[in-house]
Design a protein around this ligand. Structure first.
Ligand code: HAM
Length: 416
């Protein structure tokens, strides 16, 4: 039997309503904030990602699905959206007009990671990006949108962690302090982190190795390296979040796994997820546009893992009592197609969700099918009914049966 590739999965018909539930919420909440959807290709030129996410990150180093096509162009299945969106914004001059661009997206992404609970090789993200504002109000706007969405979809227990990694000057200063500290303690560092020390010391703060964790407790904090501008930005973000009533916790070790961030970084975590406890993350990226060949455009955004949102919702019982129903199942007991199809067409025009037999089942078989598809009502159309100008309808829950004139059928409420 041919199976789905490792780390990918089908969304089966019995589960797709959960995805549709979330997709509807994405649209509703982004509408409230007036964000517009952007769709880009699933693959991009490899340099879109290698020039932005960082050559020394796990994503670029180990996780990209990169291939050469028949004309030898190096292409990559997108591992995330921010870089692709910035490529599109530059190419389509989206930020050349005055004002702020508010964008959102939803779709599949690809990373060659070791699959486990909440971690896939094809996964889906919902995300938003707010372009052109350097203002802390835009950091707070995307966090407000994220927080609103999380609550709207029915997640109540989660923690928002935030940190500031400052502007470029502050990060450079911190890098030096950090390298000095790790060099003084080099013998205690894990092998992995020793390698990172030269290439990307900030990444060490993210380490899960017990050797490093002990060392990290006493490591210098980035907050002590922030210059005045960075400090001001961070303080304003925190004040404005408080004004909105959005709860957060500061985590001075939070640096994120992508290199394009500056100033605010954040993650949403839930303890229903196990090891992969982060269901969303993002931050400001003021230098990404110029890294990808554009003008300087300040921006901020986040993305959430849709599979992880679903795990949280499933484990908190959100979908436990969902019953999928159709309004009506039509039981055919006549060969007079013209009457049946006329009625079916009119009922559908009136918004009645209905099915009928496609397998030439007998009377009993059709009722069985009506139960299987969980119909609220059945309607029998037989030769007797047609000649008497009356239809028999049955409420499948109460079992009650009644007769109704043909001309009144379109007025009947099959929804209750
Ligand atoms: P990220 O933290 O790499 O950020 O991914 C965002 C979310 O995508 C994660 O919190 C997680 O829920 C989900 N995710 C990532 N990898 C996987 C995986 N292998 N399987 C399942 N879910 C996964 C970004 O991608 C940034 N582009 C976010 C951003 C937007 N920053 C600014 N704007």
């Amino acid at each position: 039997m041919i199976k789905t590739p490792r780390g990918t999965k089908d969304v089966l018909p019995s589960e797709s309503y959960k995805w549709q539930y979330l997709e509807k919420k994405f649209k509703e909440v982004t509408d409230l904030f007036n964000y517009k959807e952007l769709r880009t290709p699933i693959f991009e030129s490899t340099e879109v990602f290698s020039r932005s996410i960082g050559e020394e990150t796990d994503i670029v180093n180990k996780e990209m699905y990169t291939f050469n096509d028949r004309s030898d162009s190096s292409l990559t299945l997108r591992p995330e959206m921010t870089a692709a969106l910035v490529r599109s914004a530059i190419e389509n001059s989206l930020t050349n007009t005055a004002g702020v661009q508010r964008l959102w997206y939803f779709g599949p992404f690809f990373r060659y990671e070791r699959p486990q609970k909440g971690r896939f090789r094809q996964f889906h993200q919902f995300g938003v990006e707010c372009l052109s504002s350097p203002n802390p109000d835009s950091d707070v706007e995307v966090l407000h949108l994220a927080d609103k969405l999380i609550k709207e979809i029915g997640i109540s227990e989660y923690t928002l962690f935030i940190n500031s990694i400052g502007n470029k000057a502050s990060r450079e200063k911190y890098n030096n302090v950090l390298v000095q500290y790790f060099n003084e303690n080099k013998d205690k560092l894990s092998e992995n982190s020793k390698e990172r020390l030269d290439k990307n010391p900030l990444r060490i703060l993210d380490s899960k190795s017990p050797d490093d964790i002990a060392l990290l407790d006493d490591a210098p904090k980035i907050s002590d390296s922030l210059d005045e501008e960075s400090q001001l930005h961070y303080n304003q973000v925190k004040e404005k979040l408080t004004s909105l009533g959005i709860k957060f916790m500061e985590n001075h070790k939070l640096v994120r796994g992508l290199d394009y961030y500056s100033h605010t970084v954040f993650e949403f975590q839930s303890n229903l997820l196990g090891a992969q406890d982060s269901f969303g993350g993002g931050g400001r990226y003021n230098e990404l546009f110029s890294q990808l060949g554009g003008k300087d455009v300040p921006a901020v955004g986040f993305a959430m893992g849709v599979e992880r949102l679903l795990i949280i919702l499933e484990e908190s019982g959100k979908f436990d009592n969902i019953e999928e129903q159709i309004d009506l199942y039509i039981v055919k007991a006549t060969k007079d197609d013209s009457v049946i199809y006329n009625l079916i067409s009119k009922l559908r025009d009136n918004g009645v969700i209905l099915n009928y037999d496609l397998l030439d089942k007998n009377f009993k078989g059709q009722f069985k099918e009506a139960n299987r598809v969980n119909a609220k009502w059945t309607m029998i159309i037989g030769d007797d009914e047609i000649s008497n100008n009356k239809l028999t309808i049955k409420n499948m829950k109460s079992g009650e049966q009644s007769e109704i004139d043909f001309e009144n059928i379109l007025k009947f409420n099959f929804k209750d």
